[in-house]
Design a protein around this ligand. Structure first.
Ligand SMILES: [Cu+2]
Length: 181
């Protein structure tokens, strides 16, 4: 004999069984990973923390202002003729200046590859970051001067020396998933 209670239970389990995998997928994809935009009081030290980050395609990176004034800006010709160091198929971004502590800027990465970005006022001082989304690839894996013999890229700016030295290695990001400043 099937009681009403066991019927309801079976129904509830059935529904749960249908929706659990979808919910799991959604919560993974919706996971937000935070990067702090940091600066010492005298402004002598600044940086993104973590400076190196691994994410899965579909994850969102949230840059949050801790102190000082910063931007998160993709290495892309659309951003002041900076050289392209994000995947060709990816969308460029520029947060513009974040000035109030707690302000944030979100980017959802869907195209696999390496994403290099900088802070507009502090790029020359080496304030840059690197994200690997899924399988590493694209111009972010190439040497910093890869474009110099390409006539179509003759107006692109070189990555400043301090910035070029600050990027964590792609292999280290893939291995460690997170590289703190
Ligand atoms: Cu900055």
């Amino acid at each position: 004999m099937i009681t009403r209670r066991s019927c309801l239970k079976a129904g509830a389990l059935g529904v749960a069984g249908l929706f659990v995998p979808l919910t799991t997928f959604r919560s993974l994809a919706a996971q937000v990973v935070e990067v702090r935009m940091w600066g010492s009081h005298d402004g002598a030290k600044v940086g993104f923390d973590p400076i190196g980050l691994y994410v899965e395609p579909g994850q969102t990176v949230r840059w949050i202002l801790d102190s000082n004034v910063h931007t998160t800006t993709a290495y892309h010709p659309k951003n002041g003729k900076h050289s392209l160091r994000i995947p060709e198929a990816a969308t460029s971004w520029d947060s513009d200046y974040l000035v109030n502590p707690g302000e944030h800027f979100d980017v959802t990465l869907t195209v696999e590859g390496v994403y290099d970005y900088y802070c507009t006022p502090h790029e020359q001082g080496g304030m840059v970051g690197r994200i690997v989304c899924g399988h590493p690839g694209g111009p972010g894996t190439l040497p910093f001067d890869y474009f110099t013999k390409d006539p179509a890229a003759k107006e692109w700016l070189p990555v400043p020396v301090l910035a070029a030295h600050a990027f964590p290695k792609v292999e280290d990001i893939v291995t460690k998933k997170i590289i703190r400043l």
